[in-house]
Design a protein around this ligand. Structure first.
Ligand code: PLP
Length: 390
């Protein structure tokens, strides 16, 4: 890499004082090799002007005016640091879940909380077990902690293989992550599966139940799904993670929460970068829990879930082997045709999240995007002459 402001030798003696960087030695700054090897973060492509962004599982509805108002009001106090523990929000959540405020930890999105818990429990040489394919953030968070990922393949139905996950636990395992509904496949873990799993996990290993999409678990089969809320207080090693990013539409403000035993939350608090949750984010979350606001938000969630079920049914009808989704996205197992199908969708104005060779995660977005999606995909059904694969 050329040094900054490198100058030719004779220029150095000119009357202008140049700031010269040290001579290049060919040496590179010593970084942790596993960090240097991580792929650089690339956010999905922006949607074209008249297209739809269906790549980040965002809520397609605009913020509620009541929520936007408290965010605007918070702007008048941005010269001050926020309350370090977001006590007011923790108290609201504690009331709702029937726990004390000390059993609630708030973070800058539940991704930040995931990072904090992994850092609190796993060091170099330790293992973190999770299903794969699952949330893209898990591998990086484990690597950053210096720990080792142990991935267990999803079952053929795209759900977690909890038996195999329990069997993958070794002396070195410190954390097991269960994601329900699973991102990107949308499949839920059932309550029965989860309880049988917990019975096999040693009580001194941390289990993180990532429920980023729990509010979308409705419709057929929802009654069988695990619900962290019913498990609170039952296990000394279980932490439930939820977020305001998806159902509550606050992805841009960064606020999520964890519920679990106090000593586990204290450990995660110790690994946090302080003051990550802004006052605007905490106020917006509280405003979203106001009864009138929340019922409107949950109506939107129901509308998205209904839209998802329509998309799922139509794709199944077309012949796509789509798993039953309980999230605000559907999983299209396009296999070898993944990139080709994603490109066709992109050309039609739909930005999706393809995982090459595997499948495409398609967020349930604006109603107007649905017909475009179904029309394009009807032309690309596996086995049709278009893709030829599968
Ligand atoms: C979106 C998501 C989260 C949380 O995201 P934040 O915006 O950081 O709260 C956590 N887990 C999964 C699986 C997700 O998809």
């Amino acid at each position: 890499m050329p040094p900054l402001l490198q100058t030719a030798p004779d220029e150095r003696r000119s009357t202008v004082e140049f700031v010269t960087a040290p001579e290049p030695t060919g040496a590179r700054v010593r970084l942790r090799p596993e960090i240097a090897a991580l792929p650089p973060y690339r956010q999905g492509r922006p949607a074209p002007a008249d297209g739809y962004k269906l790549s980040s599982n965002e809520n397609p509805f605009a913020p509620l005016p009541s929520v936007a108002r408290v965010v605007a009001e918070a702007a008048n106090e941005i010269n001050r640091y926020p309350d370090a523990t977001a006590l007011a929000l923790r108290e609201r959540l504690a009331e709702r879940f029937g726990v004390t405020a000390d059993e609630v930890l708030v973070g800058a999105g539940s991704v930040a909380l995931l990072a904090q818990f992994i850092l609190a429990a796993a060091s170099p040489g330790d293992e973190v077990v999770y299903s794969w394919r699952s949330f893209e953030a898990y591998p990086g968070l484990v690597t950053v902690a210096g720990a080792t990922s142990v991935t267990v393949p999803n079952r053929a139905d795209h759900g977690h293989d909890l038996d195999a996950m329990a069997a993958a636990i070794t002396d070195r395992t410190r954390v097991i992550i269960v994601c329900s509904p699973n991102n990107p496949t949308g499949v839920v873990v059932t309550a029965a599966e989860f309880e049988a799993f917990m019975a096999r996990v040693p009580a001194d290993r941390l289990v993180l139940l990532d429920e980023a999409y729990i509010e979308f678990v409705q419709g057929a089969g929802a009654d069988l799904a695990v619900d962290g809320r019913t498990l609170i207080g039952r296990y000394p090693n279980l932490v439930v993670l939820r977020t305001f990013s998806k159902a509550y539409g606050l992805a841009g403000l960064r606020v999520g929460y964890a519920i679990g035993p106090v000593e586990l939350l204290d450990a995660a608090r110790a690994t946090a970068i302080p003051l990550g949750v802004t006052a605007a984010a905490a106020s917006a979350a509280i405003a979203s829990l106001e009864p009138a606001a929340e019922s409107e938000l949950l109506e939107r969630v129901a509308a998205i879930a209904e839209r998802r079920d329509r998309v799922h049914a139509a794709l199944a009808e077309q012949g796509w082997p789509v798993p039953r989704a309980h999230s605000n996205f559907v999983w299209l197992p396009a296999g070898e045709a993944t990139i080709e199908v994603a490109e066709r969708l992109f050309d039609a104005g739909l930005v999706t999240r393809p995982f090459a060779g595997d499948g495409i995660r398609i967020s349930v977005g604006e109603e107007e995007s649905v017909q475009i999606l179904l029309t394009i995909l009807s032309e690309l059904v596996p086995g049709s002459q278009e893709t030829g694969s599968r």
